[in-house]
Design a binder for this molecule. Structure first.
Ligand code: ADP
Ligand code: ADP
Length: 228
């Protein structure tokens, strides 16, 4: 049973642009899936549809594994990482990472403990009290990943998360993200322009093409050697 299942998904914007057509995609629990393709092929649109931030014009999106829950249909827990870390400048790294828990009404002591744990996982132990302006671009991105993971999401959705970073910082983040994923085993879907990044990070690559945006082919990446 896949976690997410899309069938015949199309997206036509009000402007008339057909951003996606005929998208069939199953995403399993624990998958690490890259959406790879040129600018304008509909990667962000597809990610936003999976995230529930945009609705398909036709076709279906289902969460079969979430629907299995005894208490009836449940909403999947989503974690988001965007290209801009979008941290609150007036709040510490700890408060930024704890924000989703605060919105869920989790008590302060618990949310601070969980946010500190999330910061530790992304390599920011010791920076709990730092403000965003004192952090480098890579560190801000780490806080943003900690914030996305703090609710222990079913699926982590990332839209070109590391595109604004220099190449070495980006490579370090790739390695750390792989390590966190191997430990925690959540599902990841991310958008990238980078063939290197998609092959290095993911286990499946949906290669997309334009006019209309669609998945042209799917590639399974063999794990070439044990990492870590
Ligand atoms: P990608 O992420 O691969 O660059 P997008 O999903 O952002 O592609 O865009 C796919 C196509 O849909 C592009 O032609 C883009 O200009 C168009 N598009 C994206 N968002 C909107 C929108 N909100 N309104 C109208 N057209 C859009
Ligand atoms: P990306 O390449 O990451 O998809 P874009 O610069 O294409 O980013 O899009 C940024 C924002 O602008 C998105 O919210 C998208 O929906 C919107 N957008 C993109 N293309 C169009 C368009 N042709 N008309 C209206 N909004 C658009």
């Amino acid at each position: 049973r896949p976690l997410v299942s899309l069938r015949g998904v199309a997206k036509r914007y009000d402007s008339g642009t057909v951003a996606l057509q005929g998208v069939d995609l199953d995403i399993g629990r624990g998958d690490f899936l890259a959406l790879l393709g040129p600018s304008g092929c509909g990667k962000s649109t597809l990610l936003r549809i999976i995230a529930g931030l945009a609705s398909p014009s036709s076709g279906t999106l289902a969460w079969p594994a979430a629907a299995q829950d005894q208490r009836g249909p449940t909403l999947p827990r989503l974690g988001f990482v965007f290209q801009e870390p979008t941290l609150m400048p007036w709040a510490t790294a700890l408060a930024n990472a704890a924000l989703p828990l605060r919105l869920e009404g989790v008590a302060r002591s618990e949310r601070e403990a969980r946010a500190a744990e999330a910061l530790k996982r992304v390599g920011l132990a010791g920076f709990e009290r730092a403000y965003p302006r004192a952090l480098s671009g890579g560190m801000k991105m780490r806080v943003s990943i900690a914030r996305a993971l703090v609710t222990r999401p079913d699926i982590l959705l990332m839209d070109e998360p590391f595109a604004a970073l220099d190449e070495i910082t980006r490579f370090r983040l790739n390695n750390d993200l792989l390590e966190i994923w191997q430990e925690a085993g959540f599902t990841v879907v991310f958008v990238t322009h980078s063939v290197f990044e998609s092959v290095y990070l993911s286990r499946r690559i949906a290669v997309m093409a334009s006019r209309p945006g669609r998945i042209e082919t799917e590639i399974t990446v063999p794990a070439p050697y044990p990492r870590g």
